[in-house]
Design a protein around this ligand. Structure first.
Ligand SMILES: NC(=O)c1ccc[n+]([C@@H]2O[C@H](COP(=O)([O-])OP(=O)(O)OC[C@H]3O[C@@H](n4cnc5c(N)ncnc54)[C@H](O)[C@@H]3O)[C@@H](O)[C@H]2O)c1
Ligand SMILES: [Fe+2]
Length: 404
């Protein structure tokens, strides 16, 4: 659940009303195919459903690596034509979506297939939604801006982080203002997605680490959200456990199918959790580091996460302690304060073990006030965080980040 407009911090009654609305809005679930070769089974499903010409949305790196080839081959064998659109860039902007939309219309494609990380998936989601609604991608920014269902969408994630294959959101950047815009609509959820560890084996270590921390952050922000429920806790708790157990292994040995599959699930669980709870200040600040300084999304989360955990410690200590116990990091004998410590220590230990350079190049203290304002604009009244921060709190976090 995301909201795109800056509004003052909400009252408890407003938050309670919002919580009820979120609970009542049904979230569709894609048909999830799991395991090795599931990407090929997804291609077969597209053919079974009778689609004739599919727009394949991906990026140039993946195309050149041949990551998309087996899927294209299987589609063609099954009689489905593919039109490849590979101009997606990290943190895609409106122009990327517009160009893809143009190609879709030129070739009268009847379905869209995203093969890629969150950038390709988000671009594909908005292309599919704009295609049927006769709207520009800019028109779709905000909540529930589309009236018609999207063109049928299928997804094969090649990273294990965003969980975008299951979320009701897509993030599209404005190339001029460098603002990340959120399109929020349950109609963005794909018809089906394949979580295939085989397609992730070539993911570089740094991308594996960055994206894995994105999944962890989704789960942690969801767990401590005021909107968390027993249902979202199943997903966020399981996601955290999987990341703690498998992310280092996936980085050390990219060919480890078990670790790759577990991380794909962790990302998916994170997506399911944030669909109902939304995010928090780690993302609110990380989004600014992404748009202003080009820091990859997961890496930006890795930079901010430990500091926001410390900031939230006081007001979310019991929640953090419960998560530490759920992850077997602490026992019932531990006081909440000790259990929360253990959770934070585990996150820091994981971050230290991963190949993530936690530096923001080009950041200067003269930028802090603007970054804090933009972060507050995203978070306030939007995310059900345990405590609303003020400008001074965020500037302090930025000081620590830029000094480390
Ligand atoms: N919609 C959502 O719910 C949601 C949630 C979180 C983040 N996001 C958005 O997702 C985007 C980030 O996505 P991402 O972190 O998955 O990264 P990405 O899609 O930008 O990919 C990062 C890089 O890794 C490469 N890559 C991806 N998979 C690979 C593989 N298997 N082998 C080799 N190289 C590979 C890509 O070519 C690219 O250069 C951001 O724009 C972020 O805002 C969306
Ligand atoms: Fe994220």
């Amino acid at each position: 659940m995301f909201i795109d407009k800056f509004t003052p911090v909400r009252s408890k009654a407003q938050l309670a009303a919002l919580k009820l609305i979120v609970k009542l809005i049904p979230t569709p679930m894609p048909n999830i195919l799991l395991g090795a070769q599931s990407r090929l089974r997804l291609a077969e499903q597209i053919a079974h459903f009778g689609f004739k010409r599919v727009l394949l949305v991906t990026d140039e790196v993946l195309l050149q690596l041949g990551v998309t080839s087996p899927i294209v081959d299987r589609l063609n064998e099954m009689g489905v034509e593919t039109v490849v659109y590979s101009e997606v860039t990290p943190d895609p902007g409106f122009r990327v979506v517009e160009s893809g939309l143009k190609i879709l219309h030129q070739h009268t494609c009847d379905a869209v297939l995203a093969v890629g990380g969150g950038s390709s998936i988000d671009a594909a989601k908005v292309i599919a939604l704009a295609a049927t609604n006769n709207k520009t991608p800019q028109d779709l920014v905000g909540i529930l801006k589309a009236r018609k269902r999207a063109l049928p969408l299928f997804v094969v994630p090649t990273t294990a982080g965003t969980g975008s294959e299951v979320t009701i959101g897509a993030v599209i950047s404005d190339e001029i203002t460098h603002v990340k815009n959120l399109v929020i609509d349950p109609k963005l959820v794909p018809l089906a997605a394949a979580l295939d560890p085989e397609i992730m084996v070539g993911m570089p270590r740094s991308v594996t680490a960055d994206t894995g921390i994105d999944a962890l952050t989704h789960c942690l922000e969801s767990w401590i959200s005021d909107f968390s429920t027993p249902e979202t806790e199943f997903y966020s708790g399981a996601g955290v456990r999987l990341v703690f157990k498998h992310l280092e292994k996936a980085c050390e040995n990219g060919q480890d199918h078990e670790a790759r599959g577990a991380m794909a699930l962790a990302a998916n669980y994170g997506g399911q959790a944030i669909n109902k709870t939304g995010l928090g200040y780690v993302h609110a600040i990380a989004h600014q580091l992404g748009t202003q300084y080009g820091v990859p999304h997961g890496r930006a989360n890795a930079i901010v996460l430990p500091h926001i955990l410390e900031v939230n410690r006081k007001c979310a200590e019991a929640r953090m302690a419960a998560l530490a116990r759920f992850c077997d990091l602490a026992s019932d004998k531990d006081m909440d304060s000790r259990a929360a410590d253990k959770l934070i220590e585990r996150v820091n230990e994981l971050l230290a073990a991963l190949p993530i350079e936690r530096k923001v190049k080009g950041i200067d203290q003269s930028h802090f006030a603007d970054i804090a304002q933009a972060s507050m604009k995203e978070a306030h009244g939007t995310y059900a965080v345990p405590r609303y921060l003020n400008q001074g709190d965020i500037v302090q976090v930025l000081r620590v980040i830029s000094a480390s």
